[in-house]
Design a protein around this ligand. Structure first.
Ligand code: C2O
Ligand code: CU
Length: 495
């Protein structure tokens, strides 16, 4: 039944605790099979949008066949609603009520990535809520405090659930949201599929021990390099979200002038956009002046040897703006200012785990008879501890049996943290419940900005600070999901 279980692969399963629901699962299977209409997203270059905040919105997590561009066989996607990445718009301060209905065969939750929710709404199984079992539902109810571009995803068996497509976008608007001529959204996601309608394993020993397992079908809004029509001579807001579990992009634009106006949903003073290293879970918002009628520009990923086109934009119609391009600035961020002069600095080391460190050279060993063994394969099947935060690895059943917090703050205290990456791979570090200020970084040059996820390069030191003003137990982890699932997760306490 699980397409991801392929011979030779070493999927690391978190499914051990999910097997108690066979009866419900069987009922649900019938129900899922009756919904066999394959969703073909090729027809639209923009994702469908809805609004939350007027009454209750039901979001059903279920398996749906999904036919991706260029494929002949649909894949068994797991989605919220009908297809991956529904876009919801909410308003700042307005209560939104989303009822998660679980029609999967395993438990799930929704984590509202980047939103400063009350702890009980954070969607971390066992830590902030009991998991939502198959056939059950759970009401998420909160008022998003900040405008911006956010997303949501499960926090259970995340490599598989997120890998199969369970994620949605949440755009939070406020009354002062500035005027743009268009608002275009691009969700970047690669798919690990075999072309026969099956997913490839979501965790591989080679990927988990290195930079992660990449997908080979690269999509934007579920299509391969879609053509998107935009108004000509216009100032549009282009919102880009990296919804890939693994890939870092070096995102750029060719053929139009653009400014960065927000990072992870948080406004910045507009600065010229050349390119931006966008790790998993990170978001970027641009103000782009589009070319005159008939002109084109492209969204690119410069990370590979040859730039990859992620989307092609075609400008149409009479020019909306005349004169000099002055990017529209968003209203300034309203977040509590950390007081680092009176706070102690906590260093947090991001490293390979002690176990993985015994095998620093991950090249497979070739035996005299020609067979190869990959040491990580045996490590992965016996333990999930490939990565560590401050020398501590998150155990396989960590959500049920959490190790002690790595940091404790009292309410209102400034948290001042330096991430130090002593490993050979970049880690996009994310923490829950708070938006932090990125103060300095020793390698990648970035202006001071607010974020919820920050990329820490090998050997890099990145300093962040925030006011620990949201009481509860909050996760802190790498957003390369295979790293998170093989130990690179911890939590901190605000009391
Ligand atoms: Cu988007 Cu704990 O994650
Ligand atoms: Cu990582």
């Amino acid at each position: 039944m699980k397409a991801s279980m392929k011979a030779g692969a070493r999927p690391i399963s978190r499914r051990a605790l999910l097997t108690g629901s066979a009866a419900i699962g069987a009922v649900l299977l019938t129900r899922c099979e009756s919904i066999s209409e394959t969703v073909n997203p090729i027809s639209a270059s923009r994702l469908p949008e809805g609004r939350v905040g007027v009454g209750e919105t039901a979001v059903t997590a279920a398996e749906r066949p999904l036919l991706l561009a260029g494929q002949t066989n649909p894949i068994p996607a797991w989605v919220y609603g009908d297809a991956p990445f529904p876009v919801f718009r909410a308003r700042v301060g307005e209560t939104m009520r989303v009822r998660l209905i679980n029609q999967l065969h395993e438990h799930t939750t929704i984590h509202w990535h980047g939103i400063r929710v009350p702890n009980a709404m954070d969607g971390v199984p066992y830590v902030t809520q009991t998991p939502v079992l198959p056939g059950e539902d759970f009401l998420y109810e909160f008022s998003p405090p900040d405008p911006g571009l956010f997303f949501f995803h499960p926090h259970c068996n995340t490599a598989e659930q997120f890998g199969r497509g369970l994620a949605g976008i949440l755009i939070v608007e406020d009354e002062s949201t500035a005027e743009f001529d268009d608002d275009v959204f691009c969700a970047l996601r690669d798919w690990r599929i075999d072309g026969q309608g099956n997913f490839l394993p979501f965790i591989t020993s080679e990927g988990a021990g290195r930079a992660g397992s990449f997908g080979d079908l690269r999509t934007t809004n579920l299509q391969i390099a879609p053509d998107i029509d935009v108004p000509a001579g216009a100032d549009i807001r282009l919102r880009i979200a990296n919804l890939d579990p693994t890939r870092n992009g070096e995102i750029g634009i060719d053929g139009a002038e653009a400014f960065i106006i927000a990072i992870d949903g948080n406004a910045v003073t507009p600065f010229p956009f050349t390119s931006w290293r966008l790790g998993p879970a990170m978001r970027l918002e641009l103000c782009v002046r589009t070319p005159p009628d008939g002109g084109n520009f492209r969204l690119l990923d410069y990370f590979s040897a040859e730039p990859i086109t992620l989307a092609a934009f075609h400008a149409q119609g009479p020019a909306r703006r005349t004169g000099q391009f002055t990017p529209t600035a968003l209203p300034l961020v309203r977040l509590p200012e950390p007081d680092i002069t009176n706070a102690s600095l906590h260093e947090i080391e991001l490293s390979a785990s002690a176990v993985a460190n015994q095998y620093p050279d991950l090249t497979p060993i070739v035996l005299p008879d020609g067979r190869t063994i990959n040491l990580l394969d045996s490590l992965c099947t016996s333990t999930q501890t490939l990565w560590a935060i401050d020398g501590q690895t998150w155990p396989e059943q960590g959500h049920e049996n959490a190790p002690p917090p790595i940091l404790r703050f009292t309410h209102g205290e400034t948290a001042h943290i330096e991430f130090f990456n002593s490993s050979r791979f970049p880690h996009p570090m994310h923490l829950h419940g708070h938006t932090f200020k990125v103060l300095s970084a020793s390698k990648l040059s970035r202006p001071v900005h607010w974020a919820d996820t920050v990329l820490v390069m090998p050997d890099e030191r990145v300093r962040i600070a925030f006011v620990a003003d949201n009481p509860g137990n909050w996760m802190l982890h790498c957003h390369i999901i295979e790293h998170q699932e093989t130990g690179m997760m911890a939590w901190f306490e605000v009391s």
